[in-house]
Design a protein around this ligand. Structure first.
Ligand code: TMP
Ligand code: MG
Length: 286
């Protein structure tokens, strides 16, 4: 057994099964592996020095980009819809229309702000976004072994790309599915491109991008990382999947949600701000 799996933050419904999956993945080797990860609160930290870390959307909450009024409105939306996102008493079906409402309203507000593309990198630098401890090893190990990493995010593609670029880990093996901003010729935000990705339609997003999974058809083992139950469908486009190991970060409302996370994820990491478990598994497989 991998020693990191005995850490106090690690919970598993069936540790023997986890061991079996890891062993099967190790036997197939790194050529058979692909990694699919959510971004906000999965690759980024939930808290740092006692403060909540921002999501992609919250990174834009900077006076250089948006007005005080817009800031207040986005905060009101967050206060209304985030408790719904993490409410374990509501089903995904019940949450879905409300999540669409949240994303639609937030994107409409952002578009009104005439956000300038050339300020994004500065705003990311000024934000408190922090990748989880051990991110460097995670990204570098995948790059070194030519393992594709798909970052599948309901956040904002332009923002998350800038976060990983500034961290020096936007390697060529990284591919992103997310909501991208559409800028006009003067570099001003005018809309969001393509079909909206919110936390409960990642399955549709995966199926829309069949070409990506087709190109990776020889990689039938998947390591999936997420922090929401909506993230579990990110691998639904994978071609003839053989083994999947699902790691879930349980960041918030831990006691209420633990049971549902244990049912859905093979490994649940409770308030663990590191990539240590994923890294240990990757080092074992590669
Ligand atoms: P993820 O798929 O990369 O985790 O991104 C989705 C997160 O974005 C989700 O946890 C909710 C969050 N979010 C905000 O923080 N503010 C917003 O305005 C919206 C629409 C989403
Ligand atoms: Mg997330």
């Amino acid at each position: 057994m991998i020693p990191e799996l005995t850490r106090p933050s690690v919970y598993m419904r069936d540790s023997k099964r986890v061991e079996g999956i890891i062993q099967a993945m190790q036997q197939s080797g790194s050529n058979s592996l692909q990694v699919i990860s959510d971004f906000d609160m999965t690759l980024t930290r939930f808290t740092y020095n006692g403060k909540r870390c921002p999501t992609c959307h919250n990174i834009l909450d900077n006076r250089k980009l948006i007005s005080e009024e817009c800031k207040e409105k986005l905060k009101d939306l967050l206060n209304t819809y985030y408790p719904i996102e993490i409410n374990s008493g509501l089903s995904a079906e019940e949450k879905l229309p409300l999540m669409v409402e949240w994303w639609t309203k937030a994107h409409a507000l952002l578009v009104q702000q005439k956000i300038r593309k050339d300020l994004l990198s500065l705003v990311v630098r000024e934000s408190g976004a922090v990748l989880r401890e051990g991110y460097q090893l995670f990204f570098d190990c995948l790059q070194e072994h030519d393992i594709p990493l798909l970052i599948f995010s309901a956040g904002i593609g332009d923002v998350l790309e800038e976060v990983i670029r500034q961290a020096g880990v936007f390697h060529p093996n990284v591919k992103v599915f997310s909501n991208y901003m559409d800028f006009d010729e003067s570099g001003t935000l005018q809309a969001f491109k393509g079909q909206l990705i919110h936390i409960y339609n990642k399955r549709e997003g995966a199926l829309l991008n069949a070409g990506h999974f087709q190109a990776l058809r020889a990689r039938r083992n998947v390591l999936l990382l997420g922090d929401s139950l909506g993230d579990l469908t990110m691998a639904d486009g994978v071609y003839r999947m053989q083994n999947i190991l699902k790691i879930g970060f349980l960041n918030d409302k831990v006691e209420e949600r633990k049971e549902s996370y244990l049912k859905a994820y093979d490994i649940v990491l409770e308030q663990d701000e590191t990539m240590n478990v994923a890294n240990a598994i990757l080092l074992h497989i590669t």
